[in-house]
Design a protein around this ligand. Sequence first.
Ligand SMILES: NC(=O)c1ccc[n+]([C@@H]2O[C@H](COP(=O)([O-])OP(=O)(O)OC[C@H]3O[C@@H](n4cnc5c(N)ncnc54)[C@H](OP(=O)(O)O)[C@@H]3O)[C@@H](O)[C@H]2O)c1
Length: 232
Amino acid sequence: MSVAIITGASKGLGEALARALAARGWDLVLDARDPVPLAEAAGLVSAHGTRVTALPGDVTDAAHRAELVAAAWRLGGVDLVVHNASALGAEPLVRLEELPLEGLRRALEVNVVAALGLVQEALPLLRSAPAGAVLVVSSDAAAEAYPTWGGYGASKAALDQLAAVLAVEEPGLRVWAVDPGDMATDLYAAAVPDDDGPRPEPARVVPAFLRLLDERPASGRYGAPALLEERR
Ligand SMILES: NC(=O)c1ccc[n+]([C@@H]2O[C@H](COP(=O)([O-])OP(=O)(O)OC[C@H]3O[C@@H](n4cnc5c(N)ncnc54)[C@H](OP(=O)(O)O)[C@@H]3O)[C@@H](O)[C@H]2O)c1
């Protein structure tokens, strides 16, 4: 049985991906800071009959990251790490001239530093997995210059580069950075509260992630819309 660690899995994309992987028989270790929605999400995910360990905590906490990996080890190892938890740096987003530097530090800490910390912790188990993979959730804002998305976008660009270098340093693993495209989630609503335009639910984007796991293309940066489009 395969085991995945998914950060930020109490709602949004992380929860949708957890449900889809559980439906495919994956055992899961899930986290989020707020224990109540995390427990609710874990209850729904475990309805698929696989083993689900939910550990509330903040990905920026090294002891919590160690707990996540230890829990996966107890389930049999680590086949996949999904770094999905994310911080915006300011809610709502603001122009760079107003961005609190503490907000930028927080975005870098959650989106980049914690991602590397979790990967470092999991690397021995990932390397010994038959098909180890790391998937980091990126953003269009990492590559395009949208007003107000500068701090968050800079952190996601750093995350992309981290993933790219990890891929060449660890040729035995797959390392994918995935831009999921806009989704109707709390994160988007917090970023741009006045923008209530139509956006896909996260579950609509999950098949792009499953495609990567099924086809295991080369390590690199992928856009979910293109992965979904090509599959039609
Ligand atoms: N929504 C979009 O349009 C969009 C577009 C491009 C990229 N993305 C990316 O997609 C990913 C998922 O976002 P989403 O839209 O699904 O967000 P979401 O619905 O707000 O869910 C975020 C999840 O992460 C958890 N989380 C946040 N900070 C955390 C921390 N420090 N430690 C542990 N867990 C934490 C949240 O729970 P707690 O608050 O309880 O911790 C929640 O479970 C993110 O990487 C985001 O940057 C989203």
